[in-house]
Ligand binder design. Structure first.
Ligand code: KG4
Ligand code: ZN
Length: 412
């Protein structure tokens, strides 16, 4: 049975009207309000200035990937120090490129949750000083809300729509019903898919591979998988007996690590040396992650259909977050959306990975609706953990939807 609160939400949904504000490029019109967005939730220092139509007037991004590849993963204090060293320059660059003065801004939007506490703290401290100095409103941003809404900067997408957000820190399925109105259908019970891909890449020492030395783990696996045989190591898709929309990647990663150890023993090589079957392991890893994401998404779509959570005309799935830049995963998800009659929308890769633009856009959306805009002197705390939306996971679990089988024949 569906709980009363959700039935009430349904009723509300029928009366919701969504204004669409189209994205355009070029200069801000003189009447358009301007928002500076600042992102430091993980390992990217980003800033951007947008006008109300979604035109990007100036942006700057400093990625820490290379440093973290050398240190074997993100060390929070290293990430913090790099944010500290770069934030002022990155924000100034975004402002200079936009030709906008701080006095011309209508608000500053900054990621304050969820993420690495030490990283979030740098962006928040900088932003609070900035808004106080220039006497500007402050808009605290939820990083996953920003990933979910980015697509609306690029094309007209009306609420409600389903989102699958997959990144280095998170994976979640939610119905986006408004700028600050989400129904959470499922999330990861252990680690995020990007984290798993990064760890597998590290265990395979892909940083020593001539083609991968500068690539994030996820990108390295995607590249090597193109020339791999995914059928050589058939890893079991996680959570086959759990009929909900949650994810789990830790067990899969453990199986992959065991396979890597076995192959190292067979080839007589030590950990830290590249295996000859590295492409096949990459392909099998990528396929298992894609199949798991696709199955949970399939169930989420069926749940939404059963409960009328998406419009009957042109229901949409939005796929975003760093891992969504993976073309193989996009194809896997597109098989599900084609089968179920949804349109699939993915922002281009540069807007899937973390950046200041998506935070500024979230600020624009909130400014337009007058939601969550604070005066400059209000003290705001960062929150390393912060769920997104109303938790519907029990209802999804209770529905226990069985999936029809679908052949995941994904071309490389
Ligand atoms: O969204 P994002 O930039 O940062 C977080 O919010 O976590 O996502 C970063 C993650 C990393 O784990 C990275 O390995 C993964 O996205 N990633 C990819 C690809 N590009 C980045 N994973 C798979 N395939 C890719 N092409
Ligand atoms: Zn992210």
């Amino acid at each position: 049975m569906f709980p009363a609160r959700v039935r009430n939400l349904h009723r509300l949904l029928q009366f919701r009207h969504t204004r669409w504000c189209s994205a355009s490029c070029g200069k801000a019109s003189s009447s358009s309000r301007l928002v500076l967005g600042i992102e430091t939730s993980c390992d990217d220092t980003g800033a951007a200035v947008l006008d109300e139509t979604g035109a990007i007037l100036g942006e700057s991004l400093h990625c820490q990937t290379l440093v973290h590849l050398r240190t074997g993963g993100i060390i929070p204090m290293v990430a913090q120090q790099l944010h500290r060293e770069h934030i002022e320059r990155v924000v100034q660059e975004a402002l200079d490129r936009s030709g906008v003065l701080p006095s011309q801004l209508s608000a500053v939007a900054t990621t304050v949750k969820p993420g690495l506490g030490l990283s979030l703290g740098i962006g928040l401290e900088f932003s609070q000083k900035f808004v106080r100095t220039h006497n500007k409103p402050f808009i605290p941003i939820h990083h996953m809300e920003a990933h979910a809404l980015t697509v609306r900067m690029l094309q007209p997408v009306a609420f409600p729509f389903l989102v699958l957000l997959i990144s280095g820190g998170h994976s979640l399925l939610a119905v986006a019903r408004g700028v600050d109105d989400f129904l959470l259908l499922g999330h990861s019970l252990d680690e995020a898919p990007g984290d798993s891909l990064d760890k597998v890449a590290r265990r395979l020492s892909l940083v020593k591979h001539p083609l991968c030395s500068t690539l994030s783990g996820g990108r390295a696996i995607e590249l090597l998988a193109k020339d791999g045989d995914r059928a050589r190591f058939p890893f079991r898709t996680p959570m086959g007996q759990m009929y909900d929309c949650c994810f789990s990647f830790a067990g899969l990663r453990n199986n992959i690590t065991m396979t890597i150890k076995k192959q190292e023993a067979e080839e007589g090589i030590e950990q830290g040396t590249l295996l000859s079957c590295v492409n096949d392991i990459a392909a099998a890893t990528q396929h298992s992650v894609a199949a798991h994401l696709a199955k949970r998404t399939h169930r989420a779509i069926l749940f939404c259909k059963e409960n009328g959570l998406l419009p009957s005309h042109s229901p949409t799935l939005v796929l975003s977050g760093g891992v969504a830049s993976n073309q193989y995963i996009r194809k896997a998800i597109s098989i599900i959306t084609e089968t179920t009659g949804l349109q699939l929308l993915c922002p281009p890769a540069k807007f899937c990975t973390d950046n200041g633009v998506m935070i500024a856009w979230n600020g624009v959306e909130r400014l337009r609706e007058g939601k969550g805009i604070l005066p400059p002197d209000v003290d705001v705390s960062y929150e390393p953990k912060a769920p997104l939306g109303v938790n519907m996971m029990e209802e999804v679990k209770a529905a226990a939807i069985r999936l029809p089988s679908i052949r995941m024949k994904i071309p490389n």
